[in-house]
Design a protein around this ligand. Structure first.
Ligand code: BES
Length: 454
């Protein structure tokens, strides 16, 4: 049959149809953290995967949400495709220019919750399989899919799922859900993720809110929380939890040498995020090292007392903060919970409750594995430039639960970009990048199967 010129022409002729299909998936809200729409989206995704010729099933482990697995194609190699069909909460709603679940095109961009993270890549890859079959021929390898419905809330049932159904997921390489163009518009691939530990700190004061004149004698949990939080990090942005940084393994000389070759558009990142300088004013090699190889401790939200219109002189009865820690080897969620508790106790903050929410371990894979080399070749062929090779993405996900558990090397590339506003209002992708991801993914299948990219 044909080659990639026919493949591209086929995709370009159907670009509108493809984007419309993605819009239909975006219209279906799927907020796993709030239990919204997960079952309905799973049904949509299952049907769509079957239409792409995948023998797909929706299975569950331990009462978790539907996880879609299936396979198609034959060949010496097996590729695992990991995506998630859930999205982050769309709040704050009034900061969206158009509603999050009404996908809208503006100026070559498509806006909507999940277009970048991660429904766009999920759909683009299915469309690529169909276009491959229609223009190039039979798939040159076996493809297994794993579509998860709770990635954005910590993949709590996935380890049990992998233990139960791991044999359906075994593969020679895995393509992870995401990938982004950098701030200068260069395509990137990556081969790992940071881990994460998500906790809530809770402090309780009086039995109920009180008139703030009583602040003379009634303790204020908001201040207790602020004082406790202030011991976790200093003003140089260094994490000061006892023993925390001792668990951080320094990057190897080889990792640092590789990082030196990674370009990083500092001015572009400052512009996109509307800031005048980076944390600790870092730049150059130090900035890259900090971004890829350092852990974080982030206050994601703080709640206490009255924050509505006007004023209210109230002494709150409770205060809480949600915190995420991005983890690098050898930090684990369990170690973080233990260190944090001991740190607070040692400083007399026994009244500050630590409620662990979810966690993932970090995962890193070689950047010269066959799957990573296939990604480089596919991006080079599709974009006409060599992709930037990141050691890892600074975000998180269940890579260790899937790929470390089954011993599957990983790479990731996708249709997002540095201004895609993942998890934020006005999430978007460029429609041209969506089409290019379909084009790159078809080439990736051939490259991983050892076929020419003509
Ligand atoms: N696609 C992201 C991971 C990501 C984010 C990679 C930013 C690169 C840059 C993924 O869907 C995600 O956001 N995961 C969550 C997982 C968490 C809730 C356990 C994350 O990283 O916050």
């Amino acid at each position: 049959m044909g080659g990639f010129a026919e493949f591209d022409a086929y995709i370009r002729a159907r670009a509108h149809e493809y984007v419309d299909e993605l819009k239909a998936l975006i219209r279906q809200p799927t907020v796993s953290a709030q239990g919204i729409g997960v079952e309905d989206t799973a049904t949509l995704v299952l049907e769509r995967a079957r239409r792409a010729g995948i023998g797909a099933e929706a299975l569950r482990a331990d009462g978790g949400p539907p996880t879609i697995v299936g396979e198609t194609g034959r060949g010496a190699r097996t590729l695992l495709v990991y995506n998630h069909y859930d999205v982050q909460p769309p709040d704050p709603l009034d900061e969206w220019e158009t509603p999050p679940f009404e996908p809208t095109e503006r100026g070559g961009l498509l806006f909507g919750r999940g277009v970048s993270d991660n429904k766009g890549n999920l759909m683009a890859r299915l469309q690529a399989l169909e276009a491959y079959r229609a223009t190039i021929g039979e798939l040159p390898l076996r493809i297994r899919v794993l579509y998860e419905g709770e990635e954005e809330s910590g993949s709590e049932h996935l380890a049990a799922f992998v233990a139960k159904y791991g044999d359906r997921l075994r593969a020679d390489g895995c393509i992870w859900e995401a990938g982004y163009k950098d701030a200068a518009g260069r395509p990137t691939i990556s081969c790992g993720l940071k881990g994460i530990a998500y906790v809530e700190l809770r402090v309780r004061g009086a039995a109920k809110d009180a008139h703030s004149s009583l602040a003379t004698i009634v303790p204020n949990p908001a201040w207790r929380l602020v004082w406790a939080l202030a011991t976790l990090k200093n003003e140089r942005d260094e994490i000061t939890i006892d023993g925390f940084m001792d668990e951080v393994r320094d990057p190897s000389a080889a990792e640092l040498a590789e990082l030196e070759r990674v370009p990083f558009d500092e001015a572009g990142m400052l512009r996109i995020h509307g800031i005048s300088h980076f944390v600790r004013d870092v730049h150059g090699a130090e900035l890259k090292r900090k971004h890829f190889f350092e852990p974080t401790c982030t206050i994601c939200g703080i709640v206490s007392g009255y924050t509505g219109t006007g004023s209210k002189t109230v002494l709150p009865a409770m205060a809480s903060a949600k915190i995420d820690f991005r983890l690098v080897p050898d930090l684990t969620p369990e170690k973080v919970a233990r260190l944090l508790r001991a740190h607070l106790d040692r400083r007399g903050f026994r009244d500050v409750e630590v409620v662990p929410s979810h966690g993932e371990r970090p995962s890193r894979w070689p950047t010269d594995s066959p799957i990573a080399r296939a990604a480089v070749a596919a991006c080079r062929a599709a974009y006409g430039v060599d992709p930037v090779i990141y050691p890892l993405m600074a975000g998180s996900g269940p890579m260790a639960q899937v790929c470390d558990a089954l011993g599957i090397p990983v790479t990731g590339f996708g249709s997002g970009n540095a201004a895609s506003a993942n998890h934020a209002p006005n999430e978007n992708i460029a429609i041209a990048d969506y089409v290019d991801h379909i084009r790159a993914f078809g080439r990736f299948l051939s490259a991983f199967a050892g076929r020419p990219l003509e």
